[in-house]
Design a protein around this ligand. Sequence first.
Ligand code: XIL
Length: 343
Amino acid sequence: MRSRANPLLRTLAAGAAVLASLALAQPAPLRALAEQRGLLIGAAVGGALYDPLEPEYAQILAREFNLVVAENAMKWASLSNERGQYGFAGADALVRFARQHGQRVRGHTLIWHEQLPAWVRNGAFSREAMLAVMQEHIQAVAGHFRGQVAYWDVVNEAVSDRGGLRETPFLRAVGPDYLEHAFRFARAADPQAKLFYNDYGADGINTKSDEIYALLKALKAKGVPIDGVGFQAHLDSTFSPRQARMRENLQRFADLGLEVHITELDVLLRGAGTREERLEAQARVYAEVLEACRAVARCTAVTLWGFTDAYSWRAAAEPLIFDALYRPKPAYHALLRALGGTP
Ligand code: XIL
């Protein structure tokens, strides 16, 4: 019998069929492809996670990524202003979100010279006093998240761009062995977490990465509990991972027995040419970084420093893979292709 169904129902049914076919045509999200390849694909998460006006933020984060890191919420100054007083609400909410969506968590960061409470930054500490301050902080934070954070950036940016260890309150008070103490405190606070050294400007082979290589090799040789190294990869669209020999660089650290992560990837839109050309160049950099990681067996995670240009610490240069209206950019499709998906 020919349908006499009401036209509204017929329209709805036709609409549903169109939607279903669109859903089939949707490419698999990044995390599904990454999971097939045993890779973690992560994003740093900022304040918009619970903004009711921006539901896309949480939707995309849950759909595309299987790893999250707090852009700021786990930094010392975000957790504490006063010695011994910690507020974990913001960071706990992110850990909860990750659990609900089957995502791993990177912890960032325990010992860093920036975003420190004033009393740590400006205090005059003896070696013993500063070691106690570090131990208390690491115990409080890594202890709080024990079993929930898979990877900790234990020490961030300890090597100076001019060579040598960076002048920080920790180096000043303790001396160069503050690093190994930090790793030992972290191991004691959360024996299951994998402990990372993290830095920028060391993505390819250069004098800074040479220096970090020597530093980590010495730490390993001493039996310091360090499991991995993070390369931030704050790049721009004129950067060439191939020319910089990024794969080779990752491989030499892997050969020390370290797990390798790309931890803060973003790519500023820069250089000559039309906007389309710059977007393509940006996409190429994203793809090449991901390929460099995939070529190294111990490289297990690529984390982006955000995902939408609406929220980026360098938003003016549109460095991420979704635009400010949450539309995927060429860089998103390039990552899909680099993971073996179709555009
Ligand atoms: C940045 C955040 O993105 C900003 O929101 C904040 O104001 C400053 O810190 N290297 C790191 C990150 O390890 O923690 C920094 O994050 C970016 C550079």
